[in-house]
Design a protein around this ligand. Structure first.
Ligand code: MG
Length: 367
């Protein structure tokens, strides 16, 4: 499908903070995608986790494989809706760059440590990475990304922080939407993690097929397989259901969003920003999605074994933060964040950039 008038368009963009000559063979969103893939924070996603800590096993998702799955789903949706597929890919690959080691447990712990100094938000951190922490170019810090890429990366932001970050924060104050490409990535993120957490949860032995069958969405995608359950290998059973669930969710999202877009009829990206969110599941699927998210929270994220892992992770982050606060000279001399906000922000930047295994290694060395 050709791109439509409400799709993001690099030629109509306010562009980059530092103007650069255009490329003769790539559009500006493609260049942003390539800059993300070549940056060091992106490579480190391989050793950062969401639910299962990296050393738990090699079969579980990492933030890198999660980001690639989000990108695959977002690109499929963007293409059908006539949006800019390259921008959807860029935002997907960058959306988790600012995450700390150890997933949400690490983020909560670092936020707690930083409470006195303004807190820690991983979305703001992603922006700090692409705006200043990556050091790759002679003429500027950061990756000098296009406005639309940064707008998509900054998925959430507190009003307090929105007031500090200039033009990118304005939409949170005015309660406006980002581009459709960014809206697509937000939901592709949800589709990816719900489904891969079911898969990883099953592999880890914490979720069972019998218990998963209590969810409407899972059950309705498994019905014909259930009758021949005894003949099917359990891993194949899960793979088949997850494959169907992704398909069901993506198909529903596309059909429902097409209806909403038709109803609001945006003719430009400016229209999209001023309208309510146009990318949404049907009411029916929203209910089923809520049910399965609730189930995953109870059965997986709050499972005793996962909570034991997250407690350990929080302790590691707390101890690292105290250690560097007591002795900031332990931060490698080469680590510069260009900030004059004092040690706390440098320490938060340093810890947030660590992989799971590096954080564990440093923690073990200070024992
Ligand atoms: Mg994500």
């Amino acid at each position: 499908m050709t791109k439509v008038s409400y799709a993001a368009n690099p030629l109509l963009s306010s562009g980059r903070l530092f103007p650069e000559p255009t490329s003769s063979f790539r559009n500006e969103f493609q260049r942003d995608r390539d800059r993300i893939i070549h940056c060091s924070a992106f490579r480190r996603l391989e050793y950062k986790t969401q639910v299962f800590v990296n050393h738990e096993g090699d079969m579980f998702r990492t933030r890198l494989t999660h980001s690639i799955e989000v990108s695959q789903i977002a690109r499929s949706i963007a293409r059908v809706l006539g949006c800019h597929e390259d921008l959807a890919e860029t935002i997907s690959l960058a959306h988790d760059l600012g995450h700390t080691p150890f997933g949400h447990a690490g983020q909560d712990a670092l936020n707690h440590c930083m409470k006195k100094y303004g807190g820690f938000e991983h979305n703001i951190q992603s922006l700090r990475i692409v705006d200043s922490l990556e050091k790759r170019y002679a003429d500027f810090d950061g990756l000098n990304l296009m406005y639309e890429s940064k707008e998509g990366i900054l998925k959430h932001c507190s009003i307090k922080n929105a007031k500090k970050i200039g033009i990118l924060g304005e939409r949170f104050i005015k309660q406006q939407q980002p581009s459709l490409e960014a809206q697509i990535v937000n939901i592709a993120d949800e589709i990816a993690y719900i489904n891969h957490d079911i898969d990883d949860g099953f592999r880890s032995g914490l979720l069972s097929i019998d218990a998963l069958m209590s969810n409407y969405l899972f059950k309705s995608c498994a019905e014909d397989l259930w009758t021949k359950k005894s003949e099917i290998n359990q891993e194949i059973f899960i793979n088949e259901v997850v494959r169907r669930m992704i398909n069901r969710m993506v198909s529903d999202l596309i059909a429902s969003s097409q209806k909403i877009i038709k109803q609001y009829n945006p003719t430009s990206l400016e229209d999209v920003r001023a309208m309510p969110s146009l990318i949404s599941f049907s009411q029916e699927l929203l209910q089923h999605k809520l049910e399965i998210k609730h189930y995953l929270r109870k059965a997986l994220y709050e499972h005793d074994k996962v909570l034991a892992m997250t407690d350990k992770a929080k302790n590691i982050i707390n101890r690292l933060f105290d250690y560097f606060m007591d002795d900031p000279a332990q931060i490698p001399a080469g680590f510069k964040n260009g900030s004059d906000d004092g040690f706390s922000l440098t320490i938060a930047d340093y810890i947030a950039g660590m992989t799971d295994r590096f954080a564990i290694q440093i923690h073990n060395n200070i024992d």
